[in-house]
Design a protein around this ligand. Structure first.
Ligand SMILES: [Fe+2]
Length: 340
């Protein structure tokens, strides 16, 4: 029996070790050799950019624990980017560095498809008239970026395309104050390390030439994947400020109440009611608009009014608890609609 127990511990340790190894983010394999993009991007730049700069972001991301938060998979990395806000400096810089460069290598090719086709071609023509004018706008954004950063073609939660630029290793998936959020389908690195050996300070020349190796077939694949991605809905929900604010306060005051502590509910039920009223009056994002949502939000305000009454005038815990259960029931209906 002791022998079986020891074998069990050994297998468990082995599994844990394997699991820990799998949890590390790894470098994406390049689909081409370092010299394959010449003369537009020289071999030395490619080698240093991939093996030193990108590798350093990756190593620092793994060291900073970014690999253990949501699992070191591609979907985990997207979720990690989605969760980044201004407070997570290490994950923001190193996770961003890993995500951004992985996308960058993927849209470059020594034998690129030069023009977009299919749904992406239609979207570009509808919004930018032509691929040429889209490229001109992206180059202008890239030139305007002061210091280091990226220029992106992004699918927005409204399923339109937009061009944005971000500083450092930020990207459009992150929850940052002045960033229009969406899913990037094409990103151009405008850090000096991406072009300095060949182009020195001439960022404009680099931007003009890089389009010779951008593979629009891959950008088209990214575009179609972004349109279907559940991440787009998550960003849309996250952009719904009134919902986000209500949800934050609701979680903050109801979690202690579930453990029998009603202090916060008594203190903040009026604030919760204000947030519920604001949510009811807010502009509901397109994906969540259906015949039920408005009536459910109205019902939510009504049950929170009852909760507020019981929590503010001669409060009795049993009454608060009963009203809180009613609020929970209605809020569940809201979450069901916005999670579909
Ligand atoms: Fe870079």
């Amino acid at each position: 029996m002791i022998r079986n127990f020891l074998i069990g511990i050994f297998i468990f340790s082995l599994n844990s070790m394997t699991f820990a190894q799998e949890e590390k983010y790894t470098m994406p394999e390049l689909k081409y050799k370092f010299d394959a993009l010449e003369p537009h991007i020289d071999a030395k730049t490619m080698e240093i950019h991939y093996s030193k700069h990108h590798k350093a972001y990756l190593d620092n991301l793994n060291k900073s624990g970014g690999n253990t938060i949501l699992g070191a998979t591609a979907a985990g990395l997207e979720d990690l980017m989605f969760a980044v806000d201004g407070k997570n400096a290490s994950i923001r810089n190193n996770g961003g560095g890993h995500y951004n460069h992985s996308l960058f290598w993927d849209i470059l090719s020594p034998t690129p498809q030069k023009m977009a086709d299919g749904k992406l071609e239609v979207a570009i023509k509808n919004q930018f008239v032509s691929q040429d004018s889209l490229i001109k706008l992206m180059n202008a954004e890239g030139l305007k970026r002061f210091g280091s950063g990226w220029v992106w073609l992004v699918v927005t939660p409204f399923k339109t395309l937009t061009i944005i630029s971000t500083p450092n290793q930020d990207n459009p998936i992150m929850d940052l104050d002045d960033v229009k959020r969406g899913i990037p389908v094409l990103g151009i690195d405008v850090w000096e390390h991406a072009y300095y050996l060949n182009y020195q300070n001439k960022r404009g020349e680099y931007l003009k030439n890089i389009w010779n190796v951008v593979d629009w077939a891959q950008v088209g694949k990214n575009y179609e994947a972004a349109l279907q991605s559940p991440l787009l809905k998550k960003i849309e929900k996250s952009n719904w400020k009134s919902f986000k604010e209500f949800n934050q306060l609701y979680s903050q005051i109801t979690l202690p109440a579930k453990a029998g502590d009603y202090k916060l509910i008594k203190e903040k039920s009026d604030e919760l009611l204000t947030k519920a009223e604001m949510l009811e009056k807010s502009n509901i994002p397109g994906s969540f608009q259906n015949t039920d949502i408005k009536s459910v939000l109205k019902e939510l305000t009504s049950v929170i009014k009852d909760l507020h009454k019981s929590a503010s005038k001669k409060p009795k815990d049993a009454k608060i608890q009963a009203n809180l259960l009613k609020v929970e029931e209605v809020y569940k209906k809201v979450l069901e609609i916005v999670s579909k």
